[in-house]
Write a new protein. Structure first.
Length: 530
């Protein structure tokens, strides 16, 4: 690596890292992006399993910082498939000439803050180092794969694929007996594809998940033209909603609605499809009785879609709808009507072992040729704590966060001067449409770097009191309603030994964006400059 001292090192060349590079260049700062993959795209570079696609509608899952970019790009489907989103990322890299400042195939292992020089030095796995004044982890919320702890996993003799680390070469399931472990979003997207190709597919399900149909199809040209004619208005409307999506959220109570009104509202949302299903009523995530009504509507749909009543019942989630990440599916439940698909429940009787040729559950061996692991991520914190980050006085981030993270606005941490995180814990991040949220964080960070440059500051650091006050508020908001009741990755509950702490900010986009703006308006309140 180069011995030059940069103004900014950015780790990650996903949508966050790419846009930040563009912004810091405009400030006249020198920057280097370091990326573990061989190309741009972040999550869309790694998650290339069959059926991978965005479950936010394409017209909303795109950059808005450049009106020309937003006008010139056309999506082919209502929900973009992964290869098309990756093409979009590559187009952005070309259009803004980003690649010349990105170093690919380099995974950062450690970062040290040198207090006397007020600089960060990053060390890659290959031993190379890069030094800069400022350091930004643009490493994504869902990028550190979570491997299940199952005896014998590494002894399996056939190919093993993790959905988050899918090979770049084509994978064929023809003539194979395949096992999928997990039934989260990645599994729900990939299972219909694998089932169509494999000889036999066995799905090992620990927790059934709620999914609403995508009703995907070619993007309606008239709709595209209409949105493009009023893109700015749509983006502005989206910023007034809790999740940053242009969806109308009802304030009505489901408990006060008649059964006919309930059915009509849920059916309307079911037919529209997608993540907006829970917008039908205002109290679905506040009251268990209200939530049960929505849950029962989806269970009835699952029972109608799946022929075998026993399988249908096993596929019916019994937990709070919307507490775990909602899924959007294309033919998922119908897949269980195929003769070559078997569902095996492993709730309360975990997978005992993986042998060289089988998955063993309750003393029975399910013989397989190929194993697909769809067990998700060490979400929100994993990509940050897997790098050995040492701040002031050698403070180690992973140690500091052993009992759960703390952060000021999901942007910065006390004792880690000049380090920013994009969509870090304590920011709305995964509770929102990620691309606009990334842009808001990048804009904020770029603004802060510009402020430091203009005033000749060499250090910026979150103040302990401000960080604590924000974190306390964030935890208090997270405990409201039903979101915190489930064992979800939003709380770190999916990773063995991980502290159970509410991670994404649940106060909604408008309140969060307002807070970030107020901090700036008050002279970067809660930050100390040196
Ligand atoms: P998720 O949503 O975390 O799903 C992981 C799945 O794997 C989930 O069904 C888990 O069951 C299951 N799991 C995890 N460990 C095991 C073991 N040991 N045995 C059986 N089953 C297991 O990850 P995804 O990749 O699907 O989606 C992540 C996000 O990416 C998604 O929400 C979108 O935002 C994009 P559990 O529910 O923990 O019982």
């Amino acid at each position: 690596m180069s011995k030059k001292v940069y103004d900014v090192i950015i780790v990650g060349a996903g949508f966050a890292g790419m846009y930040l590079l563009h912004r810091v260049r405009a400030l006249g700062l020198s920057a280097r992006v370091i990326e573990a993959g061989s190309d741009v795209g972040g999550t869309w570079y790694w998650n290339r399993y069959p059926g991978a696609r965005c479950d936010v509608e394409s017209m909303q899952y795109s950059y808005q910082f450049d009106p020309e970019l937003q006008q010139e790009w056309s999506w082919s489907e209502r929900y973009s498939p992964q290869p098309e989103i990756l093409d979009y990322a590559r187009h952005v890299a070309e259009r803004y000439d980003l690649r010349r400042d990105i170093q690919f195939d380099t995974r950062i292992a450690a970062a040290r803050f040198d207090e006397s020089a007020a600089r960060w030095t990053l060390t890659a796995e290959d031993g190379g180092t890069t030094t800069a004044r400022f350091f930004v982890m643009a490493t994504g919320c869902l990028s550190a794969p979570n491997w299940p702890q199952i005896d014998g996993l590494s002894s399996f003799a056939g190919p093993t694929y993790h959905t988050a680390l899918w090979p770049h070469e084509p994978v064929s399931f023809k003539g194979q007996r395949v096992a999928v472990i997990g039934t989260g979003s990645s599994a729900i997207q990939s299972i219909p594809h694998i089932a169509r190709e494999a000889d036999h597919l066995t799905v090992f399900q620990r927790t059934a998940n709620y999914a609403v149909p995508a009703h995907n199809g070619p993007l309606d040209a008239k709709l595209e033209a209409e949105i493009k004619a009023h893109y700015a208005e749509m983006r502005a409307r989206a910023k007034t909603t809790p999740g940053g999506l242009d969806i109308v959220y009802s304030k009505d109570s489901v408990l006060e609605a008649t059964p006919e009104e309930q059915e009509a509202a849920f059916e309307r949302n079911w037919q529209r499809g997608g993540l907006g299903f829970m917008s039908a009523f205002g109290d679905l995530m506040m009251d268990r009785k209200a939530n049960d009504i929505a849950a029962e509507f989806v269970r009835a749909k699952i029972r109608a879609l799946v022929d075998d009543p026993e399988t249908a019942e096993a596929l019916c989630p019994k937990n709070i709808i919307g507490a775990k990440r909602f899924c959007v599916d294309i033919g998922y439940f119908e897949t269980y009507n195929r003769d070559n698909v078997t569902l095996v429940e492993v709730k309360g009787r975990p997978i005992e072992a993986i042998t060289p040729t089988s998955v063993r559950v309750h003393g029975r061996d399910y013989e397989i040729d190929t194993l697909v692991i769809a067990t998700g991520f060490d979400a929100m914190t994993g990509a940050l704590t897997r790098v050995d980050i040492r701040g002031r006085n050698g403070a180690a981030l992973a140690e500091r966060w052993a009992d759960g993270p703390t952060s000021y606005l999901g942007l910065a941490m006390t004792d880690f001067p000049n380090l920013f995180t994009v969509t870090g814990p304590g920011s709305p991040s995964v509770f929102s449409n990620m691309l606009p949220t990334i842009e808001q964080h990048v804009d904020w960070i770029a603004g802060c770097l510009g402020h430091a440059k203009a005033h000749g500051y060499t250090t910026i650091e979150a103040e302990a009191e401000a960080e604590k006050a924000w974190w306390d508020h964030h935890q208090e908001v997270g405990a409201r309603g039903l979101k915190s009741a489930a064992d979800s990755w939003y709380l770190g509950a999916n990773v063995a030994g991980k502290a159970r702490v509410f991670l994404p900010y649940y106060g909604g986009i408008p309140a969060y964006f307002r807070k970030c703006e107020e901090v700036v308006a008050n002279g970067y309140e809660g930050f100390a400059f040196g």
